[in-house]
Design a protein around this ligand. Structure first.
Ligand SMILES: Nc1nc2c(c(=O)[nH]1)N[C@H]1C(S)=C(S)[C@@H](COP(=O)(O)O)O[C@H]1N2
Ligand SMILES: [Mo]
Length: 424
């Protein structure tokens, strides 16, 4: 693939918006065509970056979002709506959600550093470098925001969501934060395409790995970083996000810019992004060798990893109820959420007899982009100690498996959950 070809690949299905964008930066049709002939989308984007929009469009100010840090808290947001797992984890309560979008105040937080960073957007730079780029660049926040913006609705889930269930249901506890079902949220993200930034940096056709590095820990051994294969990095839906649910990206979620990698495990979605390293070799780092790796009898090691690095999520469903739940007897509507990286949820079934018989739940019709689905059903709650189990399948034919082989760090647990409910 030549540089020109990689540029057009980056714009596939998006030719017209590039022209629209160039025009909004004062570039006329002839200049546009000349730039396209000379250097493809790379040249057009390079000519656009740094130029003021000719029509002013509303942009959030490049300052940290409002709100004072809670005294002595490692987080900026109020922990009240959450299950506080530890000083690095706020778990959402699914029962506090009704609609499709998780409000920012209720969106789970997972940090590996001791505290959320408080960065100043005017000092912030994004460095793009490495052996597989021909034009290493350093972008400002304004420059990232000047690139064509793309918005999508996507769920974001920690690889360790449901991890506690290895111990609770299968009797074998894994290491790591014992998340129940709330290390997941669904939001509307706006950002630049990572592919546009890589195109600006002149990504070469021999690129293999794109490593995203957070500013929380830059140490070579322990920096929080994630290696994407170039194909996923160049996917037009992989974003450098600066907005969540119509607000400037909150500091707990990676202000000023984070990666949003739809369908991939939470740890790929690097917050407080500071550096991107593009290499013509497969890169190995902590987060694909010892961490975020399936280690166990069922998972033979891959490359320099101790096991199989986690990449894509798996299909899951959970009820929006406390664990355990307490309900009064009688008919009621129960709801929950299901999500799959492979596409829309086609079907959710539920069982209140331990999986002997299953009934179909209603699945929300609205399920844009990489959104999770909301499902609901009517349940006649009879007094006693009860359980309800749900299992989802997606339009690609994936379904939740009956069992998941153990892995030491407890990732990707997606067995159907027999949710305990005490009915009085
Ligand atoms: N720089 C940086 N990025 C990071 C993390 C981190 O600790 N540092 N945590 C990752 C993990 S493990 C998850 S699950 C998601 C959580 O995103 P959230 O806190 O916005 O919900 O961010 C990921 N990105
Ligand atoms: Mo995570």
């Amino acid at each position: 693939m030549t540089e020109g070809e990689s540029a057009s690949a980056a714009r596939r299905g998006d030719g017209e918006p590039l022209w629209e964008f160039a025009r909004s930066r004062g570039i006329d049709r002839r200049q546009f065509l000349r730039l396209m002939l000379a250097g493809g989308a790379t040249a057009v984007l390079a000519a656009c970056v740094g130029m003021e929009p000719s029509s002013s469009r509303p942009q959030a100010a490049p300052t940290a979002p409002a709100g004072e840090a809670v005294a002595d808290s490692p987080f900026f947001k109020d922990p009240a709506p959450f299950i506080v797992r530890d000083d690095k984890g706020l778990e959402s309560r699914l029962e506090s959600m009704q609609g499709l979008i998780t409000p920012n105040s209720h969106f789970f937080v997972r940090n590996n550093a001791p505290a959320s960073l408080d960065l100043d957007a005017s000092d912030w730079r994004l460095v793009v470098e490495g052996g597989a780029v021909s034009l290493p660049i350093k972008l400002t926040y304004e420059e990232v925001r000047t690139l064509p913006s793309h918005s999508l609705i996507s769920y974001l889930e920690c690889a360790g969501n449901h991890r506690a269930m290895f111990g609770i249901l299968n009797g074998q506890q894994s290491s790591g934060t014992q998340w129940m079902t709330g290390a997941v949220g669904n939001g509307e993200w706006v950002g630049a395409r990572l592919s546009d930034v890589l195109t600006l940096a002149g990504i070469r056709d021999d690129a293999v790995s794109v490593m995203l590095v957070g500013l929380d820990t830059e140490a070579p051994e322990w920096g929080f970083r994630f290696v994407l294969p170039v194909e996923k990095a160049m996917d037009p839906d992989t974003l450098l996000a600066y907005s969540l649910n119509g607000e400037t990206l909150p500091r707990d979620h990676g202000f000023p810019v984070r990666a949003l990698v739809p369908g991939w495990v939470g740890s790929a979605n690097i917050k407080w992004l500071g550096r991107i390293v593009v290499s013509s070799e497969q890169l190995w780092t902590r987060n694909n060798t010892t961490s975020y790796t399936l280690i166990g009898d069922a998972y033979p090691p891959v490359g320099e990893s101790e096991g199989r690095p986690v990449t894509e999520q798996v299909i899951k469903s959970a009820l929006a109820l406390p664990w355990p739940a307490e309900l009064a007897a009688g008919r009621r509507r129960i709801h929950g959420y299901a999500h799959s990286p492979a596409g829309r949820i086609a079907r959710v079934e539920w069982s209140d007899d331990g999986g002997e018989t299953w009934s179909e739940a209603e699945v929300s019709a609205t399920q844009p982009d990489y959104s999770w689905a909301r499902f609901e059903f009517e349940w006649d709650a009879e007094a006693g100690e009860r359980t309800i189990m749900t299992r989802a399948s997606d339009i690609a034919g994936n379904a939740q498996p009956d069992s998941v082989p153990f892995n030491e760090k407890g990732y990707l647990f997606n067995q159907p959950l027999p949710h305990p409910i005490r009915v009085r």
